[in-house]
Design a protein around this ligand. Structure first.
Ligand SMILES: [Zn+2]
Length: 252
């Protein structure tokens, strides 16, 4: 998150007095330094990106708009700014009231900076809640760094879903599992939890079916919910190569 977004938040918190826990406590230091113009602590884009562009900066953009592929879509994270990326950027811009031209420039990047924490996770989700199994993402079906990177993409999809559902908190029960953790909970041997991209959601204020239905719009190729064996008490969303959605009690 950029500092200039923090200052109004501090003022707001101060104005609300003691009734509110101060989120600013988790963001020390930079405010006092007053470095408003410093680059984002996670990642900063150095050029405007539009259709035809390619590179790591495009891939970084794709990760952050992965939750905007449209119904049933999955955005390729390939570093190539094609029609799908343009459409995703356009939907992101529309979601936040920006000029929706499908070109990622200063206004789009500014919104993305505001939405990301210093560790690149979206502001409303954390690596800790996506991994309640171990501390180092080891022991799954992919290398630890891959599992963690997969979890990051799922978090950006969830951030898009959260925003689309009125910015109410989404209840995350867990994500990545090592083989040992997966066996301990009786998970399927090919569970996407072993790859780091699966997330189990609690009902929260949205309800299991509300979450399952909405997830269809945000890049989750795997959605399992009420009516699917073992999923009457949570909604599971994940990535996979071919679509598999099943939540018969929700009409999915
Ligand atoms: Zn699951």
């Amino acid at each position: 998150m950029r500092i200039r977004f923090l200052l109004p938040m501090l003022a707001l918190v101060a104005g609300l007095g003691t009734a509110v826990a101060t989120p600013a406590a988790a963001d020390p230091g930079p405010v006092a330094a007053g470095k408003v113009s410093v680059a984002d602590a996670c990642y900063s884009w150095g050029r405007t990106l539009s259709e035809g562009a390619s590179g790591e900066d495009v891939r970084q953009l794709q990760i952050r708009v992965a939750g905007y592929p449209g119904y049933g879509g999955v955005l390729a994270l390939d570093g190539q700014f094609g029609a799908g990326t343009k459409a995703a950027v356009t939907r992101f811009q529309q979601a936040y009231g920006l000029a929706a031209d499908g070109i990622a420039g200063p206004a789009t990047f500014s919104k993305l900076y505001a939405l990301q924490d210093d560790d690149c996770t979206p502001i409303n989700f954390t690596y800790a809640e996506l991994n309640r199994c171990n501390s180092d993402w080891s022991g799954g079906n992919v290398p630890p760094a891959t599992a963690k990177a997969n979890a990051l993409v799922s978090m950006w999809k969830l951030q898009a879903m959260r925003h689309a559902m009125g910015d109410r908190p989404i209840d995350v029960n867990g994500g990545f599992r090592s083989v040992a953790c997966n066996n301990a909970v009786g998970g399927a041997t090919n569970s996407r939890h072993l790859y780091g991209d699966a997330v189990d959601l609690g009902a929260g204020s949205q309800g299991f079916c509300g979450l399952a239905k909405q997830a269809r719009n945000h890049g989750f190729a795997e959605i399992l919910g009420p009516g699917y064996p073992g999923h009457n008490d949570h909604t599971h969303v994940a990535h996979r190569s071919t679509r598999f959605w099943s939540a018969s009690s929700c009409g999915i």
